[in-house]
Design a protein around this ligand. Structure first.
Ligand code: G3H
Length: 497
């Protein structure tokens, strides 16, 4: 059960989950809490503290103090602690996964996978960190015109300070550790602001770092209302870097944040282009996996299928056959399609579906919704005047646009404000490479659905899909800056030797 056993101290006597500050689990002085609604039952399932701005100030202050000491802690020791945290996290995968099931309706097996993947990410990060942070550069001055060999420059990577990590609801554990682990190995401290839905899973994860024995103040986790502490955190002068994953809020943050490095992964309208020569069974399997896993609530989900008219009927038939096999129901039963995260998300999805209906899209299945649960739906013959051709439903509803040329598909993909990932299905590798080059997205997958992982691969979005690049190595580099020390030698004597 959530908040019991080794996790007992993270919950107060009233059943409200505490926030984590200065190495201790605390109740907010506000005396207020924020409810977390179970998407399946639509009842309050958990409550977390509604922290105050004063509490945020204290957290940032102790994060700054702890970081100074942590930066001096030998790299191998930082790595050792991260390995320990990974082991503790994996050991407690069951209660954490249970939170994910209750808070964000993640199917039971996927919830466990998220926690295990997160443990692996932390360990990989520790390994990668000791390698890439363990080396610097040595430059000599006489390679630049006009210089003698009188200067030796030594460069190394140093931490930024306090990293503010803001993960999204769909991966509250994995996309938290993908920010926490690189920040820590690089010598930074962490302030985590988890999403409301997913906060309790994140608090459990933070407790695993606590159990692993990290120094006080180095890691904090603050919960509360965005309206009270959101801007206060992102505009806080003590924050040295923001790593955010989520929606439009990221654009607003980037406009308000100070002169600090930003890492942003925002939305996507990931296109799947299917050519005449594609393996249609492979294409259909990936359309279904890419479009409907976790009920389409992934930034990397296939969000529009652009299929050549000549093979469209066959592809749609194959996709429909697979959609019929998807199980729909409760996350506890490990169903493929589970309730979407909030009622307002379900209403938004419904709005896109109704717009497409009114404008004449072909419904391959009957539209069905009960509460937050929306049955999987493939919409064929979608046209560019329909909202769903451009907007991301973040739900189990997938539009198919029939195209008559590759150029038409690329044009649709590139006309989007988003540019996260895309994919192309063809047996012609040369054509695939040309299409990949033409698609304005951070990544193009050839003959597979979009995906972020494996977690050490670079992951980035163009246009409104983000700033900077993630993936373990890129995140470590992003959370450091270069420091140079230049040794100035006396003018060389050419008589020596
Ligand atoms: O929702 C955004 C995530 O970064 C997607 O990750 O491709 O592993 O599902 P994923």
């Amino acid at each position: 059960m959530a908040g019991s056993g080794v996790f007992a101290e993270i919950k107060d006597g009233d059943g409200v989950f505490r926030y984590y500050s200065d190495g201790e689990w605390k109740a907010s002085a506000s005396g207020k809490s924020v409810p977390i609604i179970n998407p399946t039952t639509r009842n309050t399932h958990f409550k977390v503290q509604a922290c105050t701005q004063e509490e945020v100030n204290k957290i940032v202050e102790s994060a700054r103090a702890a970081q100074k000491l942590w930066a001096k802690t030998p790299l191998w020791k930082r790595a050792e602690l991260l390995h320990r945290a990974a082991a503790v996290l994996k050991e407690h995968k069951a209660p954490i996964a249970e939170c994910l099931v209750k808070e964000i309706a993640k199917p039971a097996k996927d919830a466990v996978t998220e926690v295990v993947r997160s443990g692996d990410l932390i360990s990989y990060c520790a390994e990668e960190g000791v390698r890439i942070l363990g080396e610097g550069k040595f430059l000599v001055s006489d390679s630049f015109p006009g210089n003698e060999r009188t200067k030796y420059c030594l460069t190394s990577k140093i931490p930024l300070g306090v990293v503010l990590a803001i993960p999204p609801f769909n991966y509250p554990v994995n996309l938290a550790v993908s920010k926490i682990a690189p920040a820590l190995i690089a010598g930074n401290s962490i302030v985590l602001k988890p999403p409301t839905q997913g906060a309790v899973a994140a608090l459990h994860m933070v407790h695993c770092f606590h159990l692993a024995g990290f120094p006080r103040g180095l890691i904090s986790c603050v919960t509360g209302k965005g309206s009270e502490i959101g801007d206060f955190l992102t505009m806080h002068p003590g924050v040295s870097c923001i790593s955010f994953t989520g929606g439009d809020t990221g654009i607003a943050i980037s406009k308000k944040a100070g002169m600090i490095p930003l890492q942003m992964e925002l939305g996507g309208k990931d296109a799947c282009i299917i050519l005449e020569d594609a393996d249609l069974d492979l294409g259909a399997a990936n359309v279904v996996k890419g479009g409907f896993s976790y009920s389409g609530q992934r930034c990397t989900a296939v969000k529009v299928v652009l299929v050549m008219e000549s093979v469209a009927d066959e592809l749609v038939e194959k996709v429909n056959a697979k959609v019929r096999k998807l199980t729909v129901g409760a996350p506890e039963d490990d169903c493929d399609i589970t309730p979407v995260v909030t009622e307002s998300s379900a209403n938004f999805i419904e709005g896109l579906v109704m717009d497409a209906k009114q404008k004449g899209a072909t419904f391959c299945q009957e539209y069905r919704r009960e509460g937050n649960l929306i049955w999987p739906l493939l919409l064929d013959h979608v046209r560019p005047d329909m909202r769903i051709a451009w907007e991301e439903p973040f739900g189990p509803v997938l539009p198919v646009i029939r195209i008559n040329s590759v150029e038409e598909g690329i044009h649709h993909c590139n006309a989007s404000n988003f540019g996260l990932q895309g994919c192309v299905f063809t047996r012609d590798i040369n054509k695939a490479i040309l299409i990949s080059d033409a698609m304005e997205t951070g990544t193009v997958q050839i003959n597979s659905a979009p995906a972020r992982g494996p977690d050490h691969f670079p992951f980035q979005g163009l246009k409104d899909s983000g700033i900077g690049s993630q993936g373990i190595t890129n995140s470590i580099n992003m959370m450091t800056k270069i420091k140079s020390t230049v040794i100035n030698l006396p003018t060389p004597s050419y008589t020596m030797g």
